[in-house]
Design a protein around this ligand. Structure first.
Ligand code: PMT
Length: 408
């Protein structure tokens, strides 16, 4: 349900603009408060009066119409929106947004908002596949804009191919899910629209087709954080080594990995698309120096396997951190605070979650954990034995504090 949610629907000038009427009507039936902004060319396809009637709100179509109020209006709408949906989005609109051009009410308002923006493109196949359009979409995705991919079919121009606006019901369902993930738990939605990547589970470093080196991580800690983050409204990418766990419901993207190298490549690829990275995976520091593509035969002698150093993924991300929030874990058996504190500095983390593996009910495979959180200023927060999902919420609370402090 979209009860009391304020959604700003941006309509740009394409033949699919008429379908936006249906979207607005369906949003209204689900209880949302809708404001429509139309570009000048959208008004050539559908009259503003249609949207006005369906949304029960004035339609804004030209920022210069009311010179005295437009600035206030667009900032007000940008602030009050819980989400923006651009439907249909033309190549022209996508190009302007990707280039930072704000020359009408829609581009100005979208650029002024901090709420999640969902873009549903529709255009001719060749235009959609054009490298420039694809680059613009990739760029916007990296900045956190969400896209509902067009489908394939017979287009208005007579061509057959990808570029047709996604089915209206699917668009409405996408937006509904976007909101509902944060309300499933009936509690907070303080991570609404925030993009979080969480690593979980063990890595596997292969020796030969039969054998590998791994560790005792079950993935429970990372999966618990992912579940709680989804409940609090985050858009979660879960990158996981091999586990026996079910992928949590509501995850936006699940990426299975094996080795530390896979993890590194995946995180580098996904890094820019996310606001927060939580690294709870137990990553192998070493891998066999050489991989034998045939099963190594046993002999009467001892077998020596030489190990090479893996990249420290957290350290590498720390070097390109920018304004992202980076959270690490420290799995320790001794000198917990000293070792964990060293890792915060080395890996440029905002804070680290240290678990003492020697304590019963902490660390690998249990449903509980006993953690200390140490922040970059050296403050230490100690907690009793808690369920891993409770630890997940503590971590999310700490991330929220970092975000709020940055916004002060
Ligand atoms: O999966 P469970 O069974 O629920 O167990 C949970 C857990 C014990 C695995 C988890 O709570 C935990 O402590 N994860 C981190 C384990 C670890 O690798 O710790 P570390 O101290 O070696 O590494 C410190 C940090 O650097 C971690 O965030 C780790 O993800 C990262 N790292 C480590 C090595 C490496 N080559 N690259 C990394 O990015």
């Amino acid at each position: 349900m979209l009860d009391n949610k304020t959604i700003v629907v941006g309509v740009t000038g394409g033949i699919a603009a008429y379908k936006a009427c249906d979207v607005v009507s369906k949003f209204k039936k689900l209880g949302a408060n809708i404001h429509v902004i139309m570009t000048e060319s959208a008004c050539e396809f559908v009259r503003p009066m249609s949207f006005q009637t369906l949304s029960n709100n004035f339609v804004i179509s030209d920022m210069f119409e009311e010179p005295k109020t437009w600035e206030v209006e667009h900032i007000e709408l940008a602030k009050k929106a819980d989400a923006f949906l651009i439907v249909p989005a033309t190549a022209n609109f996508i190009g302007k947004l990707a280039s930072g051009i704000a020359d009408d009410m829609l581009t100005t308002t979208v650029m002024a908002t901090k709420s999640p923006v969902i873009i549903a493109p529709a255009m001719n196949t060749n235009m959609y596949e054009n490298k420039i359009v694809q680059d613009n979409i990739n760029k916007l995705e990296k900045y956190g804009y969400n896209f509902i991919e067009p489908t394939s079919g017979l287009l208005a121009c007579g061509d057959i191919g990808k570029g047709k606006l996604e089915d209206v019901d699917i668009i409405v369902e996408y937006v509904d899910n976007f909101f509902n993930n944060s309300y499933k738990a009936g509690n907070k939605s303080d991570f609404f629209g925030k993009k979080i990547i969480i690593t979980a589970g063990p890595t596997i470093e292969s020796i030969d087709p039969v054998r590998y080196i791994t560790n005792r991580s079950s993935g429970k800690m990372g999966y618990a954080i992912a579940e709680e983050a989804v409940k609090r409204g985050a858009i979660v990418t879960l990158v996981s080594g091999k586990t026996n766990l079910k992928v949590p419901e509501g995850i936006e993207k699940f990426i299975g990995i094996e080795s530390a190298e896979d993890l590194y490549n995946t995180l580098v690829e996904e890094f820019d698309k996310n606001d927060v990275v939580i690294q709870s995976a137990a990553v192998a520091d070493y891998r066999p120096k050489s991989y034998s593509d045939k099963k190594i035969k046993k002999s009467d002698d001892d077998l020596v396997i030489k190990l090479s150093r893996n990249k420290d993924v957290a350290y590498e991300l720390g070097k390109i951190k920018g304004d992202k929030i980076l959270v690490g874990f420290a799995a320790e058996t001794n000198d917990v605070l000293e070792n964990a504190s060293r890792k915060i500095k080395k890996k440029n983390l905002d804070f680290i979650v240290a678990n003492d593996l020697t304590k019963a009910g902490a660390g690998f495979n249990s449903d509980t954990n006993i953690v200390k959180i140490i922040d970059s200023k050296g403050n230490i927060f100690e907690y009793p034995k808690l369920l891993k999902k409770e630890v997940g919420n503590l971590i999310l609370d700490k991330i929220k504090e970092v975000i709020d402090n940055r916004n002060k």
